[in-house]
Design a protein around this ligand. Structure first.
Ligand code: G3H
Ligand code: 13P
Ligand code: ZN
Length: 311
């Protein structure tokens, strides 16, 4: 099966009250772990590439690895640019075979965001590619940009209808209290998301797919493993799974997960070396890391996203 866009995936997910996982990919083992889990559970999939990942692994290597995953799984897979920040980057991914791009104009003022997003949409739609845009700003680190909690801002529901109709974007990332990375909420406080804002947005844009970034659960099992084997992440905290399930049942059709992949991989490798300090064949530690990713993604698909059997 060739790469698909997210159009049909989102239509089905919206109606079915589930979400599609959008997993960040950087290398072969990550792609294999994710796609093997999706294949076993017959799940649609979004594989997303940040500009940092593209710099690290190279566009051609990543697209060829995804091509291999398509051949091995025969699943509907969308290849998506995560947090594109310029027209040129989006264009390069569209020209290079991606089926979906995000233009993240959330750091710009409203009118500039509308202008930049519209330009990307016009170029993408003429080539059969879909576009995710963002309104509101998440806290946390993405690529080299670090947005502090004070500078983050919730999406204003009063702006979403105007933004979507003027830009003609295909999905919208919103800020309701999630953030990127492994430290999402203040230590000692109860994690809280603004579901009231999501509800308002849903009312303003009935049937329109919403995207949740910064949606890793920061799975405690892996954080504990990292801490046990020489790490130091006592304050790591993610989005509770029941909140993600609630969002998936609402208008959220795409749930972005990167930190949980990083934690599963790193915890497994730390444990491996603590137990096998004299091993040095990369296959010995990358194999278990790939299995950990597969198990973690299978758990998300079945117990959080609800997209198992929906391919
Ligand atoms: O939202 C950002 C993703 O976690 C990607 O991270 O830019 O370090 O690859 P990265
Ligand atoms: P996490 O850091 O919560 O995994 O979020 C990833 C993300 O939003 C990628 O765009
Ligand atoms: Zn993000």
């Amino acid at each position: 099966m060739p790469l698909v866009t997210t159009k049909e995936m989102f239509e089905k997910a919206y109606k079915g009250g589930y979400a599609i996982g959008a997993f960040n990919v950087n290398n072969m083992e990550i792609i294999q772990g994710i796609t093997e889990a999706a294949k076993e559970l017959n799940s649609p999939l979004i594989l997303q590439v940040s500009s940092g990942a593209r710099k690290y692994a190279n566009h051609t290597y990543l697209t060829k690895l995804v091509e291999a995953a398509l051949k091995e799984t025969d699943l509907p897979i969308a290849l998506h640019l995560d947090h594109g920040d310029t027209f040129e980057l989006c264009k390069s991914c569209i020209d290079g075979g991606f089926t979906s791009v995000m233009i993240d104009g959330s750091h710009h003022d409203y009118e500039d965001n509308v202008k930049l997003t519209s330009k990307v949409v016009e170029y993408a739609h003429a080539r059969g590619v879909v576009v995710e845009a963002e309104l509101g700003q998440l806290a946390g680190v993405e690529d080299d940009v670090n947005v502090s909690a004070e500078d983050a801002s919730y999406t204003n529901p009063e702006q979403v209808y105007d933004f979507v109709t003027r830009t003609n974007c295909d999905s919208l990332a919103i800020a309701i209290g999630t953030s990127h990375g492994a430290y999402k909420f203040k230590p000692g406080t109860e994690p809280e998301l603004r579901f009231d804002i999501l509800e308002e947005i849903e009312k303003k844009l009935p049937g329109f797919p919403i995207v949740l970034h910064g949606a890793s659960s920061v799975i405690p099992e892996y954080v504990e493993m990292i801490n046990k084997f020489g790490g130091d992440m006592p304050d790591a905290i993610g989005v509770p799974e029941d909140m993600l399930r609630k969002a998936a049942a609402m208008a959220v059709c795409k749930i972005n997960i990167d930190s949980d992949l990083r934690l599963a991989m790193t915890a497994t490798i730390r444990k491996y070396f603590a137990e096998n300090p004299d091993h040095f064949d990369p296959r010995q530690y990358l194999g278990p890391a790939r299995n950990a990713i597969k198990g973690m993604v299978a758990h998300k698909i079945e117990n959080v996203l609800g997209c198992n059997g929906k391919a």
